[in-house]
Design a protein around this ligand. Structure first.
Ligand SMILES: C[S@@+](CC[C@H](N)C(=O)[O-])C[C@H]1O[C@@H](n2cnc3c(N)ncnc32)[C@H](O)[C@@H]1O
Length: 272
């Protein structure tokens, strides 16, 4: 089945952590939400589809501004974690964005970091296009290149030396950085039927912790590419990874222990 690896990962590994840390992630990713929601500028009653909605923070923000929002996610775990936000104009559904079809089309498809995980991004984006009104729009945020996102790459690089035969990174493989190359994104969207593609860069702060280095290290061991690499390690490897991530993050802790790092996103908009 297409996207099976991601379904399994987000149901069994990533998803439970995202649900557990939902409030913290909502706060950490709020700068990206602000950029996204401002670009959407939702109208009252407008039908909006949130792709890879996770635990639904962006869906909720759009619904609070009067839109009629459907949040879909591949992982039941995530949708279960989103249901507490459901209300009259906000519904969540487990579905693969690559095959989901609605009886009624949407004015806008949005996503905060949920469109970079498709096995076949051309086909998935074509399917999202097919769910939009003829004058509909697509608005999403995705991560820029790893070296522009030290909050993710520094923990991941700290884990790499502990892995046996790490596979050479494939920049296009489904994952957080699969849409880092704007030329690739423009090509995918064009092939999928979108026009007037605009890609704008934003720098955002990523607060890994407000309470100190140990807390930031715990968090980096649970969320993000470093934690994903750690799933390949045994117990003793994970202990070494913790120490290695802690050391790599230590220069970023301020005098009070708070730990904020740089992040960079693309805001991508296009017309159906
Ligand atoms: C990094 S999380 C972001 C979640 C949420 N948008 C947020 O910002 O909190 C990526 C999400 O995309 C979902 N996802 C991955 N592939 C998907 C697909 N083919 N269809 C729908 N959702 C997908 C994952 O299950 C996961 O919840």
């Amino acid at each position: 089945m297409p996207n099976d690896d991601q379904r399994e990962y987000w149901n069994e590994q990533g998803g439970p952590k995202w649900v557990e840390h939902q409030a913290r992630l909502d706060s950490m990713l709020a700068p990206a939400s602000s950029i996204l929601v401002a670009a959407v500028a939702p109208q009252s009653g407008e039908r909006i589809l949130d792709i890879g909605c996770g635990t639904g923070a962006v869906s909720q923000q759009l619904a609070e501004q009067g839109a009629a929002v459907t949040g879909i996610d591949l992982a039941e775990t995530m949708i279960a974690g989103a249901q507490f936000r459901a209300q009259q104009n906000l519904a969540f559904q487990t579905a693969d964005a690559a095959s989901f079809r609605s009886d009624t089309s949407f004015a806008v498809a949005v996503s905060r970091f949920g469109v970079m995980f498709f096995d076949d991004p051309h086909a998935a984006l074509a399917n999202i296009h097919a769910n939009l009104d003829s004058d509909g729009k697509l608005v999403f945020v995705c991560w820029q290149a790893p070296d522009r996102n030290p909050w993710a790459m520094i923990p991941a690089k700290a884990v790499m030396p502990l892995l046996d035969n790490p596979a050479p990174p494939d920049p296009h493989a489904p994952g957080p950085f699969a849409f880092a190359d704007p030329d690739r994104v423009t090509d995918i969207l064009g092939t999928a039927g979108f026009r007037d593609v605009s890609i704008e860069g934003y720098d955002i702060p990523i607060v890994l912790s407000n309470t100190g280095l140990d807390d930031a290290t715990d968090f980096a061991c649970q969320i993000g590419p470093g934690s994903r690499a750690m799933t390949e390690l045994d117990e003793s490897g994970r202990k070494k990874a913790y120490a290695s991530i802690r050391e790599a993050l230590s220069p970023y802790a301020d005098a009070k222990g708070a730990l904020t790092m740089e992040g960079a996103v693309w805001l991508v908009t296009a017309r159906a």
